[in-house]
Ligand binder design. Structure first.
Ligand SMILES: Cc1ncc(COP(=O)(O)O)c(C=O)c1O
Length: 400
């Protein structure tokens, strides 16, 4: 007899997550299958994590080979995989030093601690971090405190102090908020969970210039936008700037959990024993991360993402021309949102599911697409064709 996974989940889990009514059992490339053998085109990709698609042969081989060699020993010792990944990351970014952890929230948490330590040593104890409204940085207490969404913050007060919120895409607001207590600015180059908000081209360069002028750190949360997703290895590169500190996770592991934060030498303020982790940087995660990143770099996946992104942008705009329900299309690379004139995103997601497409309601009025970076143009066309039908049904009236 088949298990009733929905009922078991309801019985045993904290009811914190809203799941769609399918149980996924298998994946390959841009496709997943449910337990009834039904196929879906996956434009969620584990929330932008499954960068090379499901069960990519190189990733599977890396997991199998490293799992059979050495999974974990702790950071009391040197292990080659984590050092190889550290070198690859530093040689392909503007940063010099790395710390490995297990998730995006942990990576941003590390950045926050680093800014505080740096402020203590270099800016007279400055500890405040300027963050953006509608930002998302994770679910630990400090990252929730840095997050713009009140729904995620309100249940957990008192929050960690020292975060100053300003509107996104407004450099003057950052300037006004900067005081002697400011240690850093922390931004996503493109806000992911906040609705795929792309700033004006001049914003990040202007923030960079201001951080230099004010003598504060510019920290970039590239957990969602990084590792090829935006059409460059790291999204901030699209704006021709360097950052002082950067958080990564999601796509770096290709579906395997890993996080990392990196810093320039002059702000790598941690000393002996000041930060640590049991599992972070274990040989299994870092060997997989190395395999994913090396594949992305060697095959110039970011350039391919940029090309596919332009194609998707054209197709989504032509969808917007035909569907009055769409009020805006925004994104970069393979991270896009379709804004609707009403709160119909969840309905759209369900209708898409019926048609064999996984997309996500990033907010009540916006549908997000973030497929594997390896998706083909034909598969993107299929996704857009399905969205076309979904929008037509929504516009025609209450769906059945
Ligand atoms: C920009 C950004 N930062 C941090 C996080 C938190 O990452 P994790 O869920 O791996 O803790 C996310 C997750 O969506 C994110 O999009």
């Amino acid at each position: 007899m088949r298990e009733n996974w929905v009922e078991l989940e309801r019985k045993y889990f904290f009811p914190v997550g809203k799941r769609l009514p399918i149980t996924i059992v298998k994946g390959e490339g841009s496709r997943v299958w449910d337990e009834d053998g039904r196929e879906y085109l996956d434009c969620v990709a584990g929330i932008a994590a499954v960068s090379l698609g499901h069960c990519h042969p190189e990733v599977v081989a890396a997991v199998q080979q490293q799992a059979a060699t050495l999974m974990h020993v702790s950071n009391y010792y040197y292990t080659p995989p984590q050092i190889r990944l550290a070198q690859l990351l530093c040689e392909n970014s503007c940063l010099d030093r790395v710390f490995f952890c297990n998730s995006g929230a942990e990576a941003v948490e590390g950045c926050i601690k680093l800014a505080r330590k740096w402020g203590k040593e270099n800016r007279d104890g400055a500890y405040e971090i300027i963050v953006a409204e509608r930002a998302f940085h994770g679910r630990t207490l400090a990252t929730v405190s840095a997050t713009g969404n009140e729904r995620y913050r309100a249940p957990f007060t008192p929050l960690v102090e020292g975060f100053v919120q300003v509107p996104f895409n407004d450099v003057e607001a950052i300037k006004m908020a900067t005081t002697g207590k400011t240690a850093a600015v922390l931004l996503e180059p493109i806000q992911g969970e906040g609705g795929v908000n792309v700033p004006d081209d001049g914003y990040l360069p202007a923030v960079r210039a201001w951080c230099d002028e004010a003598g504060i750190l510019f920290m970039m949360d590239e957990v969602q936008s990084g590792v090829g997703r935006a059409g460059a290895l790291f999204a901030h590169e699209l704006y021709g700037i360097e950052v002082d500190v950067m958080a990564l996770a999601k796509g770096l592991g290709g579906g395997f959990p890993i996080g990392a934060f990196l810093a320039k030498e002059q702000c790598a303020a941690f000393g002996l024993g000041e930060h640590g982790t049991t599992f972070g940087g274990n040989p299994l995660a870092t060997h997989v991360g190395y395999t994913v990143l090396k594949h992305i770099i060697d095959n110039d996946v970011p350039a391919q993402v940029a090309r596919l992104g332009e194609h998707l942008e054209r197709r989504l705009h032509s969808l917007a021309d035909r569907h009055p329900l769409i009020t805006e299309v925004r994104g970069k690379g393979l991270l896009w949102a379709v804004e609707l004139s009403r709160d119909a995103a969840e309905e759209a997601v369900r209708l898409a599911l019926d048609e064999g497409l996984l997309v996500n309601a990033v907010k009540p009025s916006a549908v997000r697409l973030m497929p594997p970076l390896t998706i083909s143009e034909e598969e993107l066309d299929t996704a857009v064709d399905i969205l076309d039908r979904v929008l037509a049904r929504l516009e025609a009236g209450t769906p059945k």
